[in-house]
Ligand binder design. Structure first.
Ligand SMILES: C[S@@+](CC[C@H](N)C(=O)[O-])C[C@H]1O[C@@H](n2cnc3c(N)ncnc32)[C@H](O)[C@@H]1O
Length: 210
């Protein structure tokens, strides 16, 4: 697993910036999740490991508020410049390590993680999700996309990947209700098209979230 002390993610974003940032666009499964749960209401989102904000831009364009967090200064600067271009004001973009963050209880309607927690050990992720539960409103939700078996992507972003089992997902989201489904995603990298398995989850806080 990677060390948080190394500027590992910054190096990845430096490479992406050299290659030219791809246009930020939301993940298809997140758009489905959004349309199912938030289409007709305004909500507040926390986007952890937001990168240059594919999902963040979509959420704010739909009229919501977002706190977007990434450990990479480069990624957040790029996110901020796109927000300025588009005159979006409802995003607070923060450079931070998500494991060191804390928010007031019941701040968000929804927390989203698109493939950032998958780089970290399961115990750390379980602890983080448990802590984050308090930041959610009583009917709050978690959206997660995380690598699942068999995972064969050869290029990815160069980041390490922890592959979750169904049992791991159960431990991560203990105390939540909802659905986590296997999903085959296609990505195009230097070697062409590659398919990979993920778990995609729509989890809801059930009962007392403390
Ligand atoms: C696989 S990328 C996903 C980016 C974005 N969620 C998306 O779907 O386009 C993982 C992101 O998580 C960020 N990240 C990794 N570890 C982090 C940490 N401990 N705290 C905050 N951000 C982190 C990386 O800088 C990177 O932008």
């Amino acid at each position: 697993m990677i060390s948080l002390k190394e500027p590992f993610w910054e190096k990845i974003w430096e490479r992406i910036s050299r290659e030219g940032y791809p246009r930020p666009k939301p993940i298809v499964q997140f758009v489905d999740f959004y349309n199912k749960n938030y289409k007709d209401k305004e909500a507040s989102f926390l986007d952890i490991g937001c990168g240059h904000g594919g999902n963040t831009h979509f959420i704010v364009e739909m009229g919501n508020k977002v706190v977007a967090v990434d450990i990479s200064t480069r990624a957040i600067n790029k996110l901020r410049s796109i927000l300025t271009e588009n005159k979006h004001k409802n995003v607070e973009a923060i450079v931070a390590n998500i494991f060191e963050l804390d928010f007031q209880a019941e701040t968000f309607d929804c927390i989203i993680d698109n493939c950032s927690l998958q780089a970290y050990p399961l115990e750390l992720v379980i602890e983080f999700i448990k802590k984050s539960k308090k930041w959610l409103k009583p009917d709050g939700r978690w959206y997660v996309k995380t690598a699942a078996e068999p995972y064969s992507m050869t290029f990815d972003m160069g980041a390490p990947v922890r592959i979750s089992t169904q049992e791991d997902i159960g431990k991560m989201f203990e105390g939540f209700t909802g659905r986590v489904e296997p999903h085959l995603s296609c990505a195009i990298g230097p070697n062409g098209r590659e398919f990979c398995n993920y778990f995609v989850g729509d989890l809801q806080v059930s009962g007392n979230n403390n």
